[in-house]
Design a binder for this molecule. Structure first.
Ligand code: AMP
Ligand code: MG
Length: 406
């Protein structure tokens, strides 16, 4: 097995992931709008119509001509009614008004809507109690939101509920999106036991599988968990090669360091490719990124907190790049509640509880638990603080990058 003596800088590892994934982007498909939620758009969406499509009332009330209103109260003849969804060809003449509901097309001649609450009805006449200061009150103009032909959504954006509703409002029935990458999840280690079975001496329960399944589902994927990999090179090879020809992405945890039982790097070197192995980060240093057959492989170290740091650090980038997401996720920052010091060069990921204080400031309270096996500290936290490369003395109040996971 070729060793990788030099640890890669974190940012260089990210660049490699983006570059490799861009060459192996999943293909696209056209889906009905209702099935495209959460997907990444593969094509721009151009508005086929204007929004609103026609001038209409923003309120329930009476459509009238502003010029007909005097300083005080004005009585107008009620000549007709116009309801939403029943467009009729109605004209408002001098001294007249038309009863109108929200969303109903404006009658010809009317330029203003007075809300019902500012009127009084009196034997076929409507008394307007207060005059709006200018014509155009309570009116929504055709095209004031979107003009026909405008590009409203861009390829590379994620289809959020708000964006789906925008497409729907334009009458777009289906969208071209990237397919969801298929993902196989592996835990590895002879010591691992399924929850529900009893533990023999030296065994522990497999906790990373649930962690990874949850983190992947939170990305909108539908991961498939494979049976645990034993620490046996031949079995690791067979299982990974099987998955390599069937999935877009393989995420493993454990068996990726330098121990006698860490067989994943050798299998990838022999049967696939290793794009990088070992990154200057803490925890998570032995993380490996490779390819095997048609799959990209993200091999994470086994310590539960390392799984967190490497998944949040690299897994999200890989998933985004595989499905063509070009819109950057919002970088989040918070103020440290307590100081952080480190003397090593690696980028460090520390568990923290992030909360918004009474002044509206996002604050990060580092969890003092040391050790990448401390899962309870992960459970009590909701984010990782990213402590930059190189020695750092960050005073309380310093602004740091955070990766939230709830
Ligand atoms: P490894 O990377 O295989 O050397 O594992 C590092 C540490 O993480 C060991 O203490 C393992 O027992 C532990 N570990 C590995 N995989 C899991 C898992 N799926 N669930 C819980 N702990 C694990
Ligand atoms: Mg192991």
């Amino acid at each position: 097995m070729t060793d990788f003596p030099t640890q890669l800088a974190f940012d260089d590892a990210i660049a490699i992931i983006r570059e490799v994934a861009a060459k192996h982007r999943v293909d696209t498909e056209t889906l009905p709008l209702s099935r495209a939620h959460g997907r990444i758009l593969a094509a721009d969406v151009v508005a086929p119509i204007a929004l609103p499509p026609f001038d209409n009332s923003a309120m329930d009330g009476f459509a009238l001509r502003h010029a007909d209103l005097g300083e005080g109260e004005t009585a107008l003849h009620l000549v007709d009614e116009q309801f939403a969804g029943r467009a009729r060809d109605i004209t408002v003449g001098e001294g007249e008004c038309v009863r109108i509901t929200t969303g109903a097309p404006m009658p010809t001649g009317a330029d203003t809507v007075v809300i019902k609450e500012n009127t009084r009805e009196d034997a076929g006449r409507v008394v307007i109690l207060a005059r709006p200061s200018a014509a155009g009150a309570n009116l929504r103009r055709a095209g004031e939101d979107v003009q026909a032909g405008e590009c409203v959504l861009q390829a590379g954006q994620r289809l959020t509920p708000a964006r789906a509703s925008l497409a729907a409002s334009l009458g777009v029935p289906s969208l071209t999106v990237f397919r969801r990458p298929t993902v196989a999840v592996f835990s590895s280690g002879d010591e691992l036991v399924e929850p529900g079975l009893s533990l023999a001496p030296g065994e522990i329960y497999d906790s990373n599988r649930e962690l990874l399944m949850g983190l992947l589902r939170a990305e909108g994927l539908e991961p498939t968990a494979w049976p645990r990999l034993p620490d046996d090179p031949r079995q690791v090879e067979i299982a990974l090669r099987d998955a390599g020809c069937a999935f877009d992405l393989i995420v493993t945890c454990g068996a990726v360091s330098a121990g006698e039982k860490d067989h994943i790097p050798a299998v990838l070197q022999q049967f696939g490719q290793v794009h990088f192995w070992k990154v200057r980060m803490k925890p998570g240093m032995p993380v490996l990124f490779g390819s095997l057959d048609q799959a990209r492989v993200l091999a994470l170290p086994g310590n539960p907190v390392s799984v967190f740091a490497t998944f949040l650090g690299f897994g999200r980038t890989l998933i985004d790049a595989l499905q063509g997401r070009s819109e950057a996720r919002d970088a989040e920052r918070a103020q440290l509640v307590a100081p952080i010091e480190k003397s090593h060069a690696r980028r460090e990921f520390q568990r923290a509880r992030v909360f918004c204080d009474e002044h509206g400031v996002l604050r990060a309270d580092p969890n003092p638990a040391v050790g990448s096996h401390r899962l309870r500290a992960v459970g009590e936290s909701n984010a990782l603080i990213v402590v930059p490369d190189g020695p750092q003395r960050l005073a309380a109040g310093s602004v740091v990058e955070i990766l939230r996971y709830v």
